[in-house]
Design a protein around this ligand. Sequence first.
Ligand SMILES: Cc1cc2nc3c(=O)[nH]c(=O)nc-3n(C[C@H](O)[C@H](O)[C@H](O)COP(=O)(O)O)c2cc1C
Length: 130
Amino acid sequence: MEKVVKFLKEAGVYYLATVDGNQPRVRPFGTVNVFNGKLYIQTGKAKDVSKQLHANPKAEICAFKDGAWIRVAGKLIEDDNRDARVSMLDAYPDLKNIYSPDDGNTEVFYFEDATATISSFTAAPEVIKF
Ligand SMILES: Cc1cc2nc3c(=O)[nH]c(=O)nc-3n(C[C@H](O)[C@H](O)[C@H](O)COP(=O)(O)O)c2cc1C
């Protein structure tokens, strides 16, 4: 999983796809944090992306960096553990301007049953499960 986290952090931006009924939805995201050995992302309960993940946790993210791209497919499960939110906000101090652990909006999701695939035009795909 470390390689996946490193790739996503170095890419800076990834695109998170969710399912909204029978309509795919995608948007840019940037948050990535490891807490208790799991890969977390952060969002706000007020956002459509949050509502979509609660209705259907299946999600996929994609990022591109240095001629290679990564896709991580799996389920994004909310973790209501306050320490998980604190860890995320500590990793992204700028987010503390708009989010706090107890604001009732901030939430973090971790990947479950995830399959990451790193691909390029020059090498065989590398598959990492976590
Ligand atoms: C570079 C970049 C990174 C972003 N990272 C996040 C993020 O980590 N979490 C988040 O909730 N929104 C993030 N956003 C904002 C979302 O893309 C934006 O709120 C989007 O509209 C959410 O999707 P939704 O409208 O389907 O709910 C980011 C935006 C940009 C441009």
